[in-house]
Design a protein around this ligand. Structure first.
Ligand code: ZN
Length: 226
């Protein structure tokens, strides 16, 4: 009874439309759920995400659950996931997408899901990596493993010393490293990320995984923003 009273005064809100959630709804209300702008890239192997990466890195499948539009539902959802601790929603999106992927026959297309990592400092500050949450949701639905220990992100200071302070700052470059190559050798890896914009992160991570011996790389993102 206390919980009912509490819900009346402080109802949980939909992270997409910000209306109060009804009983049984979680994170995203039913109306928003049915109106989510899905890409259906999993039904079209030659899709925009794959084309974005053409000639940059060989991708087996380019999968994106949602289409990001400025001011739209997906922007709200991603904002809550990234800045308002809605990590459960990232797992939920992974679960929902995995249902579509499962039905389309993707369950045996991958051996392992690897999330794009956050830098340690950022992870400590935010408390979670939204890409790992998404990977977890996908892994549960597709019944395959995910591991956040394989791919790590570090900052590399440029060795050049004759730069002014601003140049030095912009020279702090993010790099990705493989922790344990034995985990990925000859494996079909599904890389999981939150949003694809330029594709630069996907490109670098996929290259590292392939260099370390992965058999093939696919990518799954919560949304594309291009
Ligand atoms: Zn809603």
């Amino acid at each position: 009874m206390f919980k009912d009273f509490f819900d009346l005064v402080f109802p949980d809100i939909c992270i997409s439309c910000e209306n109060a959630l009804l009983k049984g709804e979680k994170n995203i209300c039913l109306v928003c759920m049915h109106k989510l702008p899905k890409t259906d890239f999993h039904l079209h192997e030659d899709n925009e995400l794959c084309r974005k990466l053409w000639g940059r890195v060989p991708l087996k499948f380019g999968l994106a659950y949602l289409q990001f539009n400025k001011g739209g539902r997906v922007q709200n959802i991603l904002h809550h996931i990234k800045y308002k601790e809605a990590k459960e929603a990232a797992v939920m999106l992974g679960n929902w997408y995995s249902e579509d992927l499962y039905k389309a026959g993707y369950a045996d297309k991958f051996d392992l899901i690897v999330p794009v990592p956050l830098h340690k400092k950022k992870l400590r500050k935010r408390g979670y990596n939204q890409s790992t949450c998404f990977a977890q949701g996908l892994a549960e639905g597709l019944e395959i493993n995910y591991s956040e220990k394989i791919l790590v992100r570090e900052k590399e200071q440029s060795s050049q010393t004759n730069k002014n302070r601003i140049d030095r700052w912009s020279n702090v470059k993010e790099i990705y490293k493989i922790n344990d190559p034995t985990e990925i050798i000859n494996k079909k890896i599904l890389l999981a990320d939150d949003v694809a914009t330029t594709g630069a992160t996907i490109e670098v991570c996929a290259q590292e995984l392939l260099k370390a011996g992965a058999a093939e790389i696919s990518i799954a993102v919560m949304a594309i923003a291009f």
